[in-house]
Design a protein around this ligand. Structure first.
Ligand SMILES: O=c1ccn([C@@H]2O[C@H](COP(=O)(O)OP(=O)(O)O[C@H]3O[C@H](CO)[C@@H](O)[C@H](O)[C@H]3O)[C@@H](O)[C@H]2O)c(=O)[nH]1
Length: 479
């Protein structure tokens, strides 16, 4: 039996690590010829609590932490997040080379499985060079949508300086989308000369790889996948999703100020579909004025709510949100007392468990791709409030392309360098979105339920994603 070993390199950040780890688990569970080494980079500012990957090692998956013995040339506070992330990843190249070199010499001497390839996160393109040095192929594990992948490939081929579109009402015809894409929805990084060219260079390198495994499923993104597959200059596409961590669990147990059991108990006491859940991803947090607008909207919208609220890192510092020690410091005076009967404010949320609870009827989301797939899986409609990265595009897809979400706000963009004041979303906009979400059209609710079923079928034996994963495995094994 021909055995093969893959080296997985996720980007740091829970939105990237979780689905990559789940993908690794899926592969070894599916085929006992495969073993996987996951090389884990942790943010230098993420040094609390236990790592998500600890305790996940098994017979054929091992995790190697690259953080502690890798000197970084990248200072998180001296630059914008995107370029910090890229430099930080690049600085791990020598360490990755060493680790892989050890693995290869072991496989030569001890008849351990041959190195069959690298599976890298979308931002880890510098590692393509390392895979090339070892003469093995690279595959990308794309943690966002096929449509966004198509958008990046499309922009890369445009003979146009995209930064000129920053404040325009221009629209782009992108094969991956049925509707023209307003320039207003594009990720803000593209409008920064340096950030934009850095990101487009990353996207260009995805084309050098042997295949792109996308965390999506054909039934959801048929058009985008077709357009990607029809362009023969693109690598092979493998839509294998939704790849989700359904067991949940905080990346950092120290963040769990309130136990999951307490939150679930509260949800158990609520009527079916009566609660709106607000949660904004691993880096979602707001300043005080925006928190007050949300609080005001929740008091006036009249719906029960579960609100995941976390504190931004100190101004000018890059970091992850933290739990508030005292919520009354940030919430309007008396808010917690006035809403005690109808709502609950928490820190890090057990998101998948919450979305799976029958009491939850709607989700106010920043539209990170994992959250988008989780909401579909659980059949919970979304009100979109994208914040950064490609989240505006995910919101656009949900509202305009799929007709499966209502809009709170989405055609706005915060300044990439954060030099301007962030855009304020008003209490009126938020409560109007919540009302549409909770009281609005049954059409959206039905469509979301239908795609919830389709997402589950896709990953079952014989489903589209199940089959696509099988094709990927064969490609790896055949070499
Ligand atoms: O309180 C919380 C907050 C988040 N999560 C989980 O954390 C993950 C967050 O992932 P995602 O929804 O994708 O958001 P981000 O953490 O913001 O993800 C980054 O990575 C995604 C995948 O590439 C991109 O789509 C996003 O724009 C980017 O910000 C999800 O599994 C959530 O269930 C929780 O369980 N509890």
């Amino acid at each position: 039996m021909s055995k093969a070993q893959l080296v997985f390199i996720p980007s740091p950040g829970i939105g990237h690590i979780v689905s990559t780890v789940e993908m690794a688990k899926l592969l070894v569970g599916r085929d006992d010829r495969l073993s996987i080494t996951v090389l884990v980079m942790k943010f230098p500012f993420d040094n609390k609590g236990t790592s998500y990957t600890q305790s996940l090692s098994s017979d054929r998956i091992r995790f190697l932490d690259l953080f502690h013995d890798t000197p970084s040339t990248a200072d998180p506070n001296s630059k914008i997040f995107g370029s910090f992330l890229f430099d930080y990843i690049e600085s791990h190249k020598p360490r990755v080379r060493d680790v892989v070199s050890e693995t290869v010499s072991k496989s030569e001497s001890e008849s351990t499985p041959r190195l069959a390839g690298f599976v890298i996160d979308m931002f880890c393109t510098p590692m393509i060079d390392v895979a090339n040095e070892f003469g093995v192929p690279t595959y990308v594990f794309f943690t966002s949508s096929a449509a966004f992948l198509g958008l990046m490939f499309h922009i890369d081929t445009l003979q146009q300086d995209i930064t000129e579109l920053e404040d325009s009402d221009a629209e782009l015809n992108v094969p991956a989308y049925a509707n023209p894409v307003p320039a207003k929805f594009l990720p803000s990084v593209l409008f920064d000369k340096d950030g934009g060219s850095m990101f487009l260079n990353i996207a260009k390198r995805w084309r050098e790889t042997k295949g792109i495994i996308v965390n999506t499923f054909t039934e959801l993104e048929f058009r985008a996948l077709k357009s990607l597959q029809e362009d023969h200059t693109n690598p092979q596409m493998y839509p294998v999703g939704p790849v989700l961590n359904l067991k949940g669990g905080s990346p950092n147990e120290a963040q769990n100020s309130q136990s999951e059991a307490d939150i679930m108990r509260w949800l158990d006491e609520q009527d079916p579909s009566s609660v709106v859940f607000l949660c904004f991803g691993s880096r979602g947090s707001f300043d005080g004025d925006q928190v007050k607008e949300i609080a005001h909207s929740l008091e006036t919208s009249g719906h029960r709510f579960l609100w995941s609220l976390r504190q931004p890192p100190p101004k000018g510092k890059i970091g992850l949100p933290e739990e508030y020690e005292n919520l009354t410091d940030i919430l309007p005076e008396g808010f917690l007392d006035r809403t005690a009967e109808i709502g609950k404010v928490i820190g890090w949320a057990p998101q998948v468990a919450v979305l799976s609870h029958r009491a939850v009827g709607g989700f106010v989301s920043h539209c990170g791709w994992n959250s988008t797939l989780e909401s579909l899986w659980c059949g919970v409609p979304v009100a979109t409030w994208p914040m950064y990265a490609e989240q505006q595009m995910n919101a656009f897809q949900l509202v305009r392309e799929f007709g499966m979400a209502v809009e709170i706000k989405m055609d706005y963009r915060n300044d990439y360098l954060m030099k301007k004041m962030p855009v304020m979303v008003t209490a009126d906009e938020i409560s109007s979105g919540i009302r549409q979400l909770m009281d609005g059209s049954d059409e959206i609710k039905h469509k979301v339920k239908k795609f919830s079923e389709k997402s589950r079928v896709a990953v079952m034996e014989g489903g589209s994603s199940y089959n696509s994963l099988g094709c990927f495995i064969e490609d790896v094994i055949q070499g």
